[in-house]
Design a protein around this ligand. Structure first.
Ligand SMILES: NC(=O)c1ccc[n+]([C@@H]2O[C@H](COP(=O)([O-])OP(=O)(O)OC[C@H]3O[C@@H](n4cnc5c(N)ncnc54)[C@H](O)[C@@H]3O)[C@@H](O)[C@H]2O)c1
Length: 457
């Protein structure tokens, strides 16, 4: 049966895989192919064990795979056959040369643009799904129109999914944003993409804009979300000094409908592959345009996040008689958030390394992220161990620190955990998810974030 459209996605990562699985699931008349340079990843997408964990992902992949959803390493063939190409390659922070540690590293993205130019034999719509600095579409167009061989229209369609809830976010998005040039060709291309989304997204949720506004909106969106976390985390430090409770403050503040209650949970700090990189990218752009005060303002969001992670380690040290040397500390959770195995920029990486620097012994447990944790900490091998069962992990430890808000930690038998630990036993709740009074009554010395500690001393 011939398909109505051939859709290609370059990049089979956390964004490319789930977004294309959703399009294939909702649009059986389209053929959707996802390609990647990494053959191992593609083999995993074609196997029973997908390369990423995301609730609901397995089901929709298995329903469409080999029917209208294909995973392949044949990038050139994919480009030749496609009418529409989503580019979803990684755009990490640049770690060399100009813009080191700040700007986006666009090498993967630029390679993709050149490869599309090289292989394309018919007109195509190219869609930026990766998060990119403003005006990247212009650079992409310059590469693609270099020899005027075929006609390309470039659109920006940033992805707003959150890991851990990606499938729900893709199925019921708050909004879909499509940026295009306001030319007849640009608008025609935009409408083709609108047509894809209207297969399942209500039309009023699909918003359109100029291409530069669309690119910038994604960076600003992440900057605002991260800014809320850093704001409440900054206040958590003050709460600890003033015997206030950051959860009570957040509740009172968040009930003002002008502020809202989302993203006001104080914690050990934000992680994930996007927030830090996207803010630094915004900061770099502002400095590039001479907007130094604006750059400093946003850079503050990242600085508070670094401060919060270090503060967490210092609080542990202060609580445990000013030394962590020789102490065994169990980290409950390593993923940067619950319901994902992703550990990119997870606060747990920084905290593990700092604990090792303080000469502590670190035991890590996590239901989904242990493989990634082992890769992240491969240079700390003899100081860190990995144990799947949380009870076995905590046994003999001086302290447990909650670093990921996995639901399973809320229902553990903490009497059992307490009885197996070295005394006095400490519990540092870096996500404020446990019942602190109950833990205190069991015998723990409890240190939440931004709330008075409950201690037996
Ligand atoms: N992860 C998220 O939650 C999220 C959310 C929204 C937006 N984004 C953005 O989406 C983009 C992708 O993020 P991700 O988390 O999916 O990254 P990822 O690292 O999980 O996936 C990117 C994939 O692209 C592949 N790749 C790189 N160069 C390639 C090339 N030349 N040809 C083919 N494949 C190539 C890599 O092998 C990798 O599998 C980034 O710009 C990110 O900022 C991510």
């Amino acid at each position: 049966m011939p398909f109505d459209k051939n859709i290609l996605c370059i990049g089979a990562g956390y964004v490319g895989g789930p977004t294309m699985a959703m399009i294939a699931h909702k649009c059986p008349k389209y053929k959707v192919t996802v390609v990647d340079i990494d053959p191992v990843k593609i083999a995993e997408w074609n196997s029973d064990t997908l390369p990423i964990f995301e609730p609901g992902l397995d089901e929709i992949v298995k329903k469409s795979r080999k029917k209208n959803l294909f995973f392949s390493t044949e990038i050139e063939k994919g480009i030749k056959e496609a009418d529409i190409i989503f580019v979803s390659v990684n755009t990490p922070t640049k770690m060399f040369g100009v813009g080191t540690g700040m700007a986006a590293d666009l090498q993967y993205w630029e390679k993709t643009a050149r490869q599309i130019l090289e292989c394309a034999e018919s007109p195509k719509i190219i869609i930026e799904k990766s998060t990119l600095p403003v005006k990247t579409a212009q650079a992409m167009e310059r590469i693609l129109t270099f020899n005027n061989k075929v006609h390309f229209d470039v659109l920006s369609n940033p992805e707003f999914l959150a890991e851990g809830t990606a499938i729900n976010d893709l199925e019921y998005p708050g909004r879909v944003l499509i940026g295009s040039h306001q030319t007849p060709d640009g608008l025609k291309a935009r409408d083709e993409l609108v047509d894809i989304y209207t297969n399942w997204v209500p039309r009023e949720k699909i918003i359109t804009s100029g291409i530069w506004s669309s690119e910038l909106s994604k960076l600003v969106s992440n900057a605002f979300l991260a800014q809320r976390i850093s704001s409440i985390n900054a206040i958590s430090a003050l709460c600890e000094k003033t015997e206030s409770d950051v959860m009570e403050v957040a509740k009172a503040v968040g009930m003002d409908h002008r502020i809202g209650s989302q993203f006001l949970n104080a914690s050990v700090g934000f992680g994930g592959s996007c927030f830090k990189k996207d803010i630094l990218n915004l900061v770099y752009l502002c400095r590039h345009y001479g907007l130094y005060e604006v750059a400093d303002y946003w850079e503050g969001v990242v600085k508070i996040n670094e401060y919060q992670k270090e503060r967490f380690v210092m609080n542990m040290s202060n609580a445990m008689f000013n030394t962590l040397a020789g102490k065994k500390i169990c980290l409950f959770g390593f993923a940067f958030k619950a319901n994902t195995g992703d550990t990119r920029e997870s606060p747990a990486i920084f905290i593990s390394k700092r604990l090792v620097e303080e000469k502590a012994e670190v035991v890590i447990t996590d239901p989904k992220a242990l493989d990634n944790a082992k890769k992240d900490l491969k240079d700390q091998d003899d100081k860190v161990s990995y144990v799947e069962d949380p009870f076995a992990a905590a046994s003999g430890c001086h302290a447990v620190a909650i670093l990921t808000e996995w639901d399973l930690y809320k229902t553990l038998d903490f009497h059992k955990i307490y009885s197996s630990m070295t005394k006095p036993a400490f519990l540092f709740d870096g996500r404020n998810i446990l019942n602190h009074q109950t833990l205190f009554e069991i015998g723990f010395n409890v240190y939440p974030v931004g709330k008075p500690a409950l201690t037996h001393f």
